[in-house]
Design a protein around this ligand. Structure first.
Ligand SMILES: Cc1ncc(COP(=O)(O)O)c(C=O)c1O
Length: 487
């Protein structure tokens, strides 16, 4: 039903009778195609109520429209726009007959044309290779349903819809705070936490408060491309530091810090994206010293901390002595699955407060509903159980995939088995340009990060997400790659 209250405007000072004003405006709506032939009109009682008029006035308006054949009166059904109006065309208000949105807009805007374009939808038979997404089949529908049911109970729903915590659901932040203190060895209070829709938004929010056009930002080479895009979006000049088997090279980093006035450093110490390398303890200690010495802001992106399945976990840099300079970012998306957009920022209270205000501008209240559900999962221990289950499975899949790649494509693909995470970094020999291999790999769809000459990278590599694939799928994927390469 159209919002007649806003569409039909009565001018009580006009010399034209009110019923006539209503009739004329209905004719206008029909001629413009906003009321199509056959459309049911509101009852005289409902329209009178909406417009604050006497019902008899509406009846007079409808009678006049009926007498001019604009509308029909159907017994027991009410009034409809006459189905036989020969001159009324749908969208008659648009001269070229197209939807207005089929035109290019006349105003200038930033088209972000150099940014990544989403890949086309995959065909039914294609096996999808992501760059490190969890296996969503690990989520128990029963447990999730119970969580949703609980959050939907009226008092909870009322509490989360009327309460407004700028930094995110208080229940969730309380549970998460406890969880992070226990699992990461960081020592924070709820006020050090802000929720976001995934780690991606957390990086964006943090960068937005720090970077001004022309600022220098240090990232690894290679690095998580979506983070680089954020920094460049805010006008940063990126400076690159190589990554070796111990993580970001701190000696090179120090040389750069001596030479440049650097605003921000972006690091991924666990299962670095894309190379999957975990930073060594020695490098972590060196990095902490540099952070204090040069007093730079640091974003520590710890997107898949929870999947360190080969050893007692390395704690994040944020658990060390950094004098509040580390903004620690994490994600529950990597535990629960890609559709659950839930991440967080840990930082000094003052920074969190500003980031919360910034978040408000793009995500007024945040996804407090999902936060409430996940808070329940933390409290009842289900999140921890899920992480434990996933670690066991991902460890197996990691070994299985790494060993099969070594066996089947050993001379062509180089990889180092990671000690955690969800992906393998497959570096192909340059004789096998990846763009070509991927284009010819029938039945495979690579939806994650590919680094190749065509994409302005010096690497010929991609991330093979093993976590979401079962053994059969891993075998099939490797088989397709092998067949394509040997063709
Ligand atoms: C290194 C890194 N940081 C951040 C993100 C974004 O995570 P989220 O899905 O939580 O936004 C990703 C996603 O894959 C990632 O690989």
């Amino acid at each position: 039903m159209l919002p007649y209250k806003n569409l039909i405007i009565i001018d009580k000072t006009s010399h034209i009778a009110v019923f006539k004003q209503i009739a004329v405006q209905f004719i206008g709506l029909i001629q413009k195609g906003k009321l199509l032939p056959g459309t049911k009109l509101p009852s005289t009682r409902a329209l009178a109520y909406d417009l604050g008029l006497h019902r008899k006035t509406i009846m007079a308006a409808y009678d006049s429209l009926v007498s001019e054949d604009w509308i029909d009166s159907l017994p027991r059904k009410g009034y409809i726009v006459s189905p036989n109006l020969p001159f009324v065309k749908p969208r008659s208000y648009n001269s070229n007959g197209l939807s207005a949105y089929e035109n290019e807009p006349g105003f200038i805007f930033d088209s972000l044309s150099s940014y990544i374009n989403p890949s086309s939808p995959s065909k039914k038979h294609e096996l999808i290779i992501d760059d490190g997404l969890p296996d969503t089949s690990l989520l128990s529908p029963g447990i999730m349903l119970a969580g949703y049911r609980k959050a939907l109970d009226y008092p909870t729903l009322k509490k989360i819809s009327t309460g407004w915590d700028l930094e995110g659901s208080l229940d969730f932040r309380n549970s998460l705070c406890h969880f992070l203190n226990q699992t990461r060895g960081i020592d924070i209070t709820t006020e050090n936490l802000l929720t976001a829709r995934g780690a991606q938004m957390a990086i964006y929010l943090s960068a937005s408060l720090i970077i001004k056009p022309g600022d220098k930002v240090i990232v690894s080479d290679p690095s998580y491309f979506f983070a680089n895009m954020i920094f460049e979006r805010f006008g940063a000049e990126l400076i690159y530091v190589p990554v070796d088997h111990d993580g970001m090279c701190t000696e090179v980093l120090e040389e750069l810090l001596k030479k440049h006035s650097v605003k921000l450093l972006y690091v991924i110490p666990h299962h670095h994206h894309p190379t999957t390398v975990t930073m060594s303890t020695a490098r972590r200690n060196e990095l902490l010293i540099l952070i204090k010495k040069y007093q730079i802001a640091v974003i520590e992106d710890d997107y898949d901390y929870d999947f360190q399945f080969e050893y007692a976990p390395y704690l994040p840099l944020a658990s060390g002595d950094h004098e509040g300079n580390i903004i620690y970012i994490g994600s529950l998306t990597k535990v629960l699955g890609a559709p659950f957009r839930l991440g967080y920022i840990v930082a000094a209270k003052k920074f969190i407060r500003s980031a919360a205000k910034q978040r408000l501008l793009i995500d007024l209240r945040g996804d407090v509903f999902t936060e409430q559900v996940v808070s329940g999962l933390i409290e009842n221990g289900e999140l921890t159980k899920l992480i434990q289950k996933a670690n066991k499975l991902y460890r197996h899949r990691c070994h299985f995939a790494a060993e099969l790649f070594a066996k089947q494509l050993g001379g062509i693909v180089q990889l180092t088995k990671p000690n955690g995470g969800m992906a393998l970094w497959l570096q192909f020999k340059n004789d096998f340009p990846l763009a070509k291999v991927i284009a010819n790999a029938k039945g495979l769809k690579i939806i994650g990060s590919v680094y190749s000459k065509e994409r302005n990278s010096n690497f010929n590599a991609f991330r093979f997400g093993f976590a979401s694939l079962n053994d059969e799928e891993i075998i099939k994927a490797i088989d397709i790659l092998k067949t394509t390469i040997h063709k």
